[in-house]
Design a protein around this ligand. Structure first.
Ligand SMILES: Cc1ncc(COP(=O)(O)O)c(C=O)c1O
Length: 403
Protein backbone atom coordinates (compact mmCIF):
# COMPACT_ATOMS: atom_id res chain seq x y z
CA UNK A 1 0.00 0.00 0.00
CA UNK A 2 1.49 3.33 -1.03
CA UNK A 3 1.78 5.96 1.72
CA UNK A 4 -0.80 8.17 -0.05
CA UNK A 5 -3.34 5.35 0.16
CA UNK A 6 -2.48 4.68 3.81
CA UNK A 7 -2.94 8.40 4.55
CA UNK A 8 -6.36 8.40 2.98
CA UNK A 9 -7.38 5.26 4.85
CA UNK A 10 -6.24 7.00 8.05
CA UNK A 11 -8.79 9.76 7.48
CA UNK A 12 -11.73 7.33 7.21
CA UNK A 13 -13.85 6.91 10.33
CA UNK A 14 -15.55 3.66 11.31
CA UNK A 15 -18.74 5.03 9.77
CA UNK A 16 -16.92 5.50 6.46
CA UNK A 17 -16.16 1.77 6.22
CA UNK A 18 -16.26 -0.48 4.29
CA UNK A 19 -14.78 1.49 1.41
CA UNK A 20 -13.06 0.84 -1.85
CA UNK A 21 -9.91 2.84 -2.48
CA UNK A 22 -8.55 2.97 -6.02
CA UNK A 23 -4.94 4.07 -6.43
CA UNK A 24 -4.99 5.82 -9.81
CA UNK A 25 -1.31 6.75 -9.65
CA UNK A 26 -0.34 3.12 -9.14
CA UNK A 27 -2.67 2.16 -11.99
CA UNK A 28 -1.13 4.72 -14.32
CA UNK A 29 2.44 3.64 -13.48
CA UNK A 30 1.55 -0.02 -13.92
CA UNK A 31 -0.10 0.45 -17.31
CA UNK A 32 2.67 2.76 -18.53
CA UNK A 33 5.16 0.00 -17.76
CA UNK A 34 3.01 -2.53 -19.62
CA UNK A 35 2.72 -0.22 -22.57
CA UNK A 36 6.44 0.31 -22.79
CA UNK A 37 7.01 -3.48 -22.72
CA UNK A 38 4.76 -4.03 -25.74
CA UNK A 39 6.13 -3.73 -29.27
CA UNK A 40 4.62 -1.58 -31.98
CA UNK A 41 1.78 -3.27 -33.82
CA UNK A 42 0.37 -4.51 -30.52
CA UNK A 43 -2.76 -2.58 -29.64
CA UNK A 44 -3.79 -2.62 -26.01
CA UNK A 45 -7.51 -2.57 -25.22
CA UNK A 46 -8.89 -2.64 -21.68
CA UNK A 47 -11.69 -5.16 -21.00
CA UNK A 48 -14.11 -2.89 -19.16
CA UNK A 49 -15.83 -5.86 -17.49
CA UNK A 50 -12.89 -6.12 -15.09
CA UNK A 51 -13.74 -2.77 -13.50
CA UNK A 52 -15.81 -0.08 -15.20
CA UNK A 53 -15.27 2.56 -12.48
CA UNK A 54 -15.47 5.88 -14.38
CA UNK A 55 -12.23 7.34 -13.03
CA UNK A 56 -10.39 4.12 -13.76
CA UNK A 57 -11.71 4.29 -17.32
CA UNK A 58 -10.64 7.91 -17.68
CA UNK A 59 -7.20 7.18 -16.25
CA UNK A 60 -6.77 4.34 -18.71
CA UNK A 61 -8.08 6.29 -21.69
CA UNK A 62 -4.76 8.08 -22.11
CA UNK A 63 -2.79 4.85 -21.92
CA UNK A 64 -4.69 2.29 -23.98
CA UNK A 65 -5.79 2.07 -27.62
CA UNK A 66 -9.40 1.50 -26.71
CA UNK A 67 -11.88 -0.51 -24.66
CA UNK A 68 -13.46 -3.91 -25.07
CA UNK A 69 -17.11 -4.01 -23.98
CA UNK A 70 -19.39 -7.03 -23.75
CA UNK A 71 -22.90 -5.60 -23.45
CA UNK A 72 -25.04 -2.66 -24.48
CA UNK A 73 -24.75 -1.45 -20.88
CA UNK A 74 -20.96 -1.41 -20.96
CA UNK A 75 -21.06 0.21 -24.38
CA UNK A 76 -23.23 3.10 -23.15
CA UNK A 77 -21.17 3.44 -19.95
CA UNK A 78 -17.81 3.60 -21.72
CA UNK A 79 -19.20 6.01 -24.34
CA UNK A 80 -20.50 8.28 -21.54
CA UNK A 81 -17.31 8.31 -19.48
CA UNK A 82 -14.65 8.25 -22.19
CA UNK A 83 -16.34 9.82 -25.20
CA UNK A 84 -14.53 9.21 -28.46
CA UNK A 85 -12.48 6.25 -27.26
CA UNK A 86 -12.29 3.37 -29.77
CA UNK A 87 -14.49 0.46 -28.73
CA UNK A 88 -14.57 -3.21 -29.64
CA UNK A 89 -17.90 -4.84 -28.84
CA UNK A 90 -17.65 -8.56 -28.05
CA UNK A 91 -19.41 -11.20 -26.01
CA UNK A 92 -22.04 -13.82 -26.73
CA UNK A 93 -25.78 -13.21 -27.23
CA UNK A 94 -25.80 -9.68 -28.63
CA UNK A 95 -29.33 -8.48 -29.25
CA UNK A 96 -30.64 -6.65 -32.29
CA UNK A 97 -31.00 -3.50 -30.23
CA UNK A 98 -27.44 -3.74 -28.87
CA UNK A 99 -26.06 -4.24 -32.39
CA UNK A 100 -28.04 -1.24 -33.61
CA UNK A 101 -26.74 0.95 -30.79
CA UNK A 102 -23.20 -0.26 -31.43
CA UNK A 103 -23.44 0.69 -35.09
CA UNK A 104 -25.11 4.02 -34.40
CA UNK A 105 -22.44 5.02 -31.91
CA UNK A 106 -19.59 4.26 -34.31
CA UNK A 107 -18.24 1.17 -32.57
CA UNK A 108 -14.90 0.52 -34.18
CA UNK A 109 -14.96 -3.30 -34.14
CA UNK A 110 -17.64 -5.91 -33.65
CA UNK A 111 -16.54 -9.34 -32.52
CA UNK A 112 -19.02 -11.71 -34.12
CA UNK A 113 -19.79 -14.84 -32.12
CA UNK A 114 -21.86 -16.91 -34.58
CA UNK A 115 -23.30 -17.07 -38.08
CA UNK A 116 -26.70 -16.16 -36.63
CA UNK A 117 -25.26 -13.06 -34.99
CA UNK A 118 -23.61 -12.07 -38.28
CA UNK A 119 -26.92 -12.41 -40.13
CA UNK A 120 -28.65 -10.40 -37.41
CA UNK A 121 -26.04 -7.70 -37.87
CA UNK A 122 -26.73 -7.50 -41.59
CA UNK A 123 -30.44 -6.91 -40.86
CA UNK A 124 -29.71 -3.80 -38.77
CA UNK A 125 -26.82 -2.41 -40.85
CA UNK A 126 -28.88 -0.20 -43.16
CA UNK A 127 -26.44 1.97 -45.16
CA UNK A 128 -23.75 1.47 -42.54
CA UNK A 129 -20.48 -0.40 -42.55
CA UNK A 130 -19.45 -3.00 -39.98
CA UNK A 131 -15.81 -3.79 -39.31
CA UNK A 132 -15.77 -7.23 -37.80
CA UNK A 133 -13.57 -9.90 -36.29
CA UNK A 134 -14.94 -13.44 -36.27
CA UNK A 135 -14.53 -15.01 -32.86
CA UNK A 136 -13.19 -18.52 -33.21
CA UNK A 137 -12.54 -21.36 -30.80
CA UNK A 138 -9.58 -22.98 -32.56
CA UNK A 139 -8.20 -26.44 -31.76
CA UNK A 140 -5.30 -25.30 -29.59
CA UNK A 141 -4.35 -26.32 -26.04
CA UNK A 142 -4.93 -23.62 -23.41
CA UNK A 143 -2.36 -24.90 -20.89
CA UNK A 144 -2.68 -24.40 -17.12
CA UNK A 145 -5.36 -21.67 -17.11
CA UNK A 146 -7.47 -20.62 -14.11
CA UNK A 147 -10.55 -20.20 -16.30
CA UNK A 148 -10.76 -21.80 -19.74
CA UNK A 149 -13.29 -20.42 -22.23
CA UNK A 150 -12.04 -22.19 -25.33
CA UNK A 151 -10.02 -25.13 -26.62
CA UNK A 152 -13.05 -27.26 -25.54
CA UNK A 153 -16.81 -27.26 -26.19
CA UNK A 154 -18.35 -23.96 -25.14
CA UNK A 155 -20.71 -21.12 -26.05
CA UNK A 156 -17.92 -18.66 -26.85
CA UNK A 157 -17.03 -18.05 -30.48
CA UNK A 158 -17.31 -20.58 -33.28
CA UNK A 159 -15.80 -23.91 -34.16
CA UNK A 160 -13.48 -23.46 -37.15
CA UNK A 161 -15.87 -25.30 -39.52
CA UNK A 162 -18.55 -22.71 -38.76
CA UNK A 163 -16.43 -19.89 -40.10
CA UNK A 164 -17.04 -20.93 -43.71
CA UNK A 165 -20.73 -20.02 -43.55
CA UNK A 166 -19.72 -16.59 -42.20
CA UNK A 167 -17.28 -16.08 -45.07
CA UNK A 168 -20.17 -16.68 -47.48
CA UNK A 169 -22.33 -14.06 -45.75
CA UNK A 170 -19.43 -11.59 -45.81
CA UNK A 171 -18.66 -12.25 -49.49
CA UNK A 172 -22.30 -11.49 -50.35
CA UNK A 173 -22.51 -8.26 -48.34
CA UNK A 174 -20.12 -5.38 -49.09
CA UNK A 175 -21.25 -3.60 -45.92
CA UNK A 176 -19.44 -6.16 -43.80
CA UNK A 177 -15.64 -5.90 -43.68
CA UNK A 178 -13.70 -8.80 -42.25
CA UNK A 179 -10.63 -7.44 -40.45
CA UNK A 180 -9.55 -10.64 -38.85
CA UNK A 181 -10.12 -13.12 -36.04
CA UNK A 182 -10.77 -12.83 -32.34
CA UNK A 183 -9.62 -15.55 -29.95
CA UNK A 184 -10.05 -15.29 -26.18
CA UNK A 185 -9.47 -18.73 -24.75
CA UNK A 186 -8.52 -18.51 -21.10
CA UNK A 187 -7.81 -16.34 -18.10
CA UNK A 188 -5.04 -16.77 -15.59
CA UNK A 189 -2.09 -17.72 -17.78
CA UNK A 190 1.54 -16.93 -17.03
CA UNK A 191 3.56 -15.04 -19.64
CA UNK A 192 5.30 -18.07 -21.15
CA UNK A 193 2.04 -20.04 -21.44
CA UNK A 194 0.22 -17.04 -22.86
CA UNK A 195 2.98 -16.54 -25.41
CA UNK A 196 2.88 -20.19 -26.44
CA UNK A 197 -0.88 -19.85 -26.88
CA UNK A 198 -0.53 -16.70 -29.01
CA UNK A 199 2.07 -18.49 -31.13
CA UNK A 200 -0.31 -21.41 -31.72
CA UNK A 201 -3.24 -19.10 -32.44
CA UNK A 202 -1.25 -17.09 -35.00
CA UNK A 203 0.00 -20.21 -36.76
CA UNK A 204 -3.48 -21.73 -36.85
CA UNK A 205 -5.04 -18.46 -38.07
CA UNK A 206 -2.54 -18.08 -40.89
CA UNK A 207 -3.10 -21.63 -42.08
CA UNK A 208 -6.85 -21.12 -41.94
CA UNK A 209 -6.63 -17.82 -43.84
CA UNK A 210 -4.33 -19.34 -46.48
CA UNK A 211 -6.78 -22.20 -47.12
CA UNK A 212 -9.77 -19.86 -47.31
CA UNK A 213 -8.09 -17.04 -49.22
CA UNK A 214 -9.01 -14.68 -46.39
CA UNK A 215 -6.98 -11.57 -45.67
CA UNK A 216 -6.28 -11.12 -41.96
CA UNK A 217 -5.08 -7.62 -41.09
CA UNK A 218 -5.69 -8.04 -37.41
CA UNK A 219 -5.83 -10.79 -34.82
CA UNK A 220 -7.16 -10.11 -31.35
CA UNK A 221 -5.78 -12.71 -28.95
CA UNK A 222 -7.94 -11.61 -26.02
CA UNK A 223 -7.04 -11.06 -22.39
CA UNK A 224 -6.40 -13.52 -19.60
CA UNK A 225 -2.92 -12.41 -18.50
CA UNK A 226 -2.52 -14.06 -15.11
CA UNK A 227 -2.79 -12.48 -11.69
CA UNK A 228 -1.50 -14.50 -8.73
CA UNK A 229 -3.54 -13.77 -5.60
CA UNK A 230 -1.12 -15.85 -3.52
CA UNK A 231 1.81 -13.64 -4.58
CA UNK A 232 0.74 -10.01 -4.98
CA UNK A 233 4.33 -8.95 -5.78
CA UNK A 234 4.72 -11.34 -8.73
CA UNK A 235 3.01 -9.62 -11.62
CA UNK A 236 2.62 -11.07 -15.11
CA UNK A 237 5.99 -10.88 -16.86
CA UNK A 238 5.10 -8.15 -19.38
CA UNK A 239 8.71 -7.58 -20.54
CA UNK A 240 9.07 -11.29 -21.44
CA UNK A 241 5.63 -11.33 -23.05
CA UNK A 242 6.39 -8.18 -25.03
CA UNK A 243 9.74 -9.53 -26.21
CA UNK A 244 8.07 -12.76 -27.30
CA UNK A 245 5.38 -10.87 -29.21
CA UNK A 246 8.08 -8.82 -30.93
CA UNK A 247 9.64 -12.04 -32.23
CA UNK A 248 6.27 -13.40 -33.37
CA UNK A 249 5.40 -10.16 -35.15
CA UNK A 250 8.78 -9.84 -36.86
CA UNK A 251 7.80 -12.89 -38.95
CA UNK A 252 4.46 -11.30 -39.84
CA UNK A 253 4.87 -7.88 -41.39
CA UNK A 254 1.61 -6.01 -41.80
CA UNK A 255 -0.26 -7.88 -39.07
CA UNK A 256 -1.71 -5.92 -36.15
CA UNK A 257 -2.07 -7.84 -32.92
CA UNK A 258 -4.60 -6.78 -30.34
CA UNK A 259 -4.79 -7.80 -26.71
CA UNK A 260 -7.64 -6.98 -24.33
CA UNK A 261 -6.62 -7.70 -20.74
CA UNK A 262 -8.81 -6.70 -17.82
CA UNK A 263 -7.72 -8.22 -14.52
CA UNK A 264 -3.97 -7.82 -15.02
CA UNK A 265 -4.41 -4.08 -15.58
CA UNK A 266 -6.62 -3.07 -12.66
CA UNK A 267 -6.45 -5.82 -9.99
CA UNK A 268 -3.50 -4.26 -8.20
CA UNK A 269 -4.84 -0.70 -7.91
CA UNK A 270 -7.86 -1.57 -5.74
CA UNK A 271 -8.16 -1.90 -1.95
CA UNK A 272 -11.26 -2.95 -0.05
CA UNK A 273 -10.93 -1.51 3.44
CA UNK A 274 -13.07 -2.64 6.32
CA UNK A 275 -12.91 -3.29 10.06
CA UNK A 276 -13.30 -6.16 12.50
CA UNK A 277 -16.76 -6.09 14.09
CA UNK A 278 -16.36 -9.21 16.18
CA UNK A 279 -13.80 -11.91 16.92
CA UNK A 280 -14.79 -15.33 18.17
CA UNK A 281 -13.51 -18.81 18.63
CA UNK A 282 -15.60 -21.74 17.41
CA UNK A 283 -14.47 -25.26 18.29
CA UNK A 284 -10.89 -24.12 18.44
CA UNK A 285 -10.91 -21.97 15.30
CA UNK A 286 -10.77 -18.18 15.24
CA UNK A 287 -13.23 -16.18 13.12
CA UNK A 288 -13.13 -12.44 12.54
CA UNK A 289 -16.49 -11.01 11.45
CA UNK A 290 -15.86 -8.00 9.25
CA UNK A 291 -18.08 -5.15 8.21
CA UNK A 292 -19.17 -5.88 4.63
CA UNK A 293 -18.23 -9.16 2.97
CA UNK A 294 -18.54 -11.01 -0.32
CA UNK A 295 -21.60 -8.94 -1.33
CA UNK A 296 -19.00 -6.16 -1.79
CA UNK A 297 -15.96 -8.24 -2.69
CA UNK A 298 -17.03 -11.47 -4.34
CA UNK A 299 -13.63 -12.20 -5.87
CA UNK A 300 -12.43 -14.76 -3.25
CA UNK A 301 -15.78 -16.61 -3.32
CA UNK A 302 -15.86 -16.60 -7.13
CA UNK A 303 -12.27 -17.74 -7.52
CA UNK A 304 -12.09 -19.85 -4.35
CA UNK A 305 -8.96 -18.15 -3.07
CA UNK A 306 -7.91 -16.22 0.02
CA UNK A 307 -7.90 -12.52 -0.69
CA UNK A 308 -4.52 -11.09 0.41
CA UNK A 309 -4.82 -8.46 3.15
CA UNK A 310 -2.99 -6.16 5.54
CA UNK A 311 -3.98 -5.53 9.13
CA UNK A 312 -4.08 -1.84 10.01
CA UNK A 313 -4.12 -1.65 13.81
CA UNK A 314 -6.55 0.79 15.39
CA UNK A 315 -5.75 1.45 19.05
CA UNK A 316 -9.03 3.14 19.87
CA UNK A 317 -11.13 1.00 22.24
CA UNK A 318 -13.97 2.64 24.18
CA UNK A 319 -16.12 -0.23 25.56
CA UNK A 320 -15.76 -1.16 29.27
CA UNK A 321 -15.05 -4.86 28.59
CA UNK A 322 -11.75 -6.30 27.42
CA UNK A 323 -11.00 -6.20 23.74
CA UNK A 324 -11.34 -9.55 21.89
CA UNK A 325 -8.09 -10.43 20.08
CA UNK A 326 -6.05 -13.24 18.56
CA UNK A 327 -2.24 -13.44 18.52
CA UNK A 328 -0.07 -15.47 16.14
CA UNK A 329 -2.91 -17.74 15.24
CA UNK A 330 -4.79 -18.67 12.06
CA UNK A 331 -7.98 -16.70 11.66
CA UNK A 332 -10.74 -16.90 9.07
CA UNK A 333 -12.05 -13.56 7.85
CA UNK A 334 -15.77 -13.62 7.12
CA UNK A 335 -18.38 -11.00 6.25
CA UNK A 336 -21.80 -10.15 7.63
CA UNK A 337 -23.86 -12.42 5.40
CA UNK A 338 -25.88 -15.35 6.73
CA UNK A 339 -24.11 -17.92 4.59
CA UNK A 340 -21.01 -20.04 5.19
CA UNK A 341 -19.84 -18.96 1.73
CA UNK A 342 -19.20 -15.42 2.94
CA UNK A 343 -15.47 -16.03 3.45
CA UNK A 344 -12.79 -13.56 2.36
CA UNK A 345 -9.70 -15.37 3.63
CA UNK A 346 -9.44 -18.74 5.33
CA UNK A 347 -7.13 -19.67 8.20
CA UNK A 348 -4.49 -17.00 7.63
CA UNK A 349 -2.02 -16.57 10.48
CA UNK A 350 -1.90 -13.02 11.82
CA UNK A 351 0.53 -11.58 14.39
CA UNK A 352 -2.28 -9.85 16.18
CA UNK A 353 -5.86 -8.96 15.32
CA UNK A 354 -8.33 -7.19 17.57
CA UNK A 355 -11.96 -6.22 17.31
CA UNK A 356 -11.93 -2.70 15.89
CA UNK A 357 -8.73 -3.17 13.85
CA UNK A 358 -8.93 -2.47 10.16
CA UNK A 359 -8.32 -4.84 7.32
CA UNK A 360 -7.26 -3.66 3.88
CA UNK A 361 -7.80 -6.33 1.23
CA UNK A 362 -5.34 -5.96 -1.63
CA UNK A 363 -5.84 -6.82 -5.32
CA UNK A 364 -9.45 -5.67 -5.17
CA UNK A 365 -9.38 -3.62 -8.38
CA UNK A 366 -10.78 -6.23 -10.79
CA UNK A 367 -13.88 -8.43 -10.80
CA UNK A 368 -14.54 -7.21 -7.26
CA UNK A 369 -17.38 -4.73 -6.54
CA UNK A 370 -18.89 -5.05 -10.03
CA UNK A 371 -19.31 -8.84 -9.86
CA UNK A 372 -20.70 -8.85 -6.30
CA UNK A 373 -24.32 -9.53 -5.28
CA UNK A 374 -24.88 -6.11 -3.67
CA UNK A 375 -28.54 -6.53 -2.83
CA UNK A 376 -28.28 -9.67 -0.69
CA UNK A 377 -29.25 -8.82 2.92
CA UNK A 378 -29.59 -5.12 2.07
CA UNK A 379 -26.43 -3.94 3.81
CA UNK A 380 -25.25 -0.46 2.83
CA UNK A 381 -22.96 -0.12 -0.16
CA UNK A 382 -19.32 0.82 0.39
CA UNK A 383 -17.99 4.29 -0.34
CA UNK A 384 -15.51 4.77 -3.21
CA UNK A 385 -12.35 6.85 -2.98
CA UNK A 386 -9.68 7.59 -5.53
CA UNK A 387 -6.10 8.45 -4.69
CA UNK A 388 -4.12 10.28 -7.29
CA UNK A 389 -0.86 12.19 -7.04
CA UNK A 390 -1.11 15.80 -8.13
CA UNK A 391 1.01 15.37 -11.27
CA UNK A 392 -1.72 14.76 -13.88
CA UNK A 393 -5.21 14.80 -12.41
CA UNK A 394 -8.05 12.93 -14.07
CA UNK A 395 -11.11 15.17 -14.54
CA UNK A 396 -13.69 14.72 -11.79
CA UNK A 397 -16.46 12.36 -12.83
CA UNK A 398 -20.22 12.94 -12.90
CA UNK A 399 -20.90 10.52 -10.05
CA UNK A 400 -17.97 9.77 -7.73
CA UNK A 401 -18.17 6.22 -6.49
CA UNK A 402 -20.51 5.09 -9.25
CA UNK A 403 -19.50 1.52 -10.00
C1 LIG B 1 -13.64 -11.83 -24.63
C2 LIG B 1 -12.89 -11.44 -23.42
N1 LIG B 1 -11.86 -10.57 -23.53
C3 LIG B 1 -11.15 -10.18 -22.45
C4 LIG B 1 -11.45 -10.65 -21.19
C5 LIG B 1 -10.64 -10.17 -20.03
O1 LIG B 1 -10.03 -11.23 -19.37
P1 LIG B 1 -9.02 -10.93 -18.16
O2 LIG B 1 -9.71 -10.00 -17.24
O3 LIG B 1 -8.77 -12.27 -17.55
O4 LIG B 1 -7.79 -10.32 -18.74
C6 LIG B 1 -12.51 -11.57 -21.03
C7 LIG B 1 -12.86 -12.09 -19.71
O5 LIG B 1 -13.71 -12.91 -19.52
C8 LIG B 1 -13.26 -11.96 -22.17
O6 LIG B 1 -14.28 -12.81 -22.07
Amino acid sequence: MRPAVRDLVGTLTDDDLPAYVYDLTALRDHVRAIRSALPERVELLYAAKANPDPRILRTLAALVDGFEVASGGELAHVRAHVPGAPIAFGGPGKTESELTRALNSGTERLHVESEHELRLLTTVLGDGLARILLRVNPPVGVGPAALAMGGRPGPFGMDPERLDACLEVIAADPRVRLHGLHVHLASGLRAQDQLALVDEVLTWSEEWAAHRGADLAEINVGGGMGVDYTAPDQVFDWPAFGAGLRTLLARRPGLTLRIEPGRSLTAYCGWYVTRVLDLKSSRGQAFAVLSGGTHHLRTPAAKQHDQPFEVIPDDTWLPSWSRPEVRREPVTLVGQLCTPKDVLARGTTVDRLRTGDRIAFAMAGAYAWNISHHAFLMHPHPAFHHVEDAEAPVPAGPAPGTP
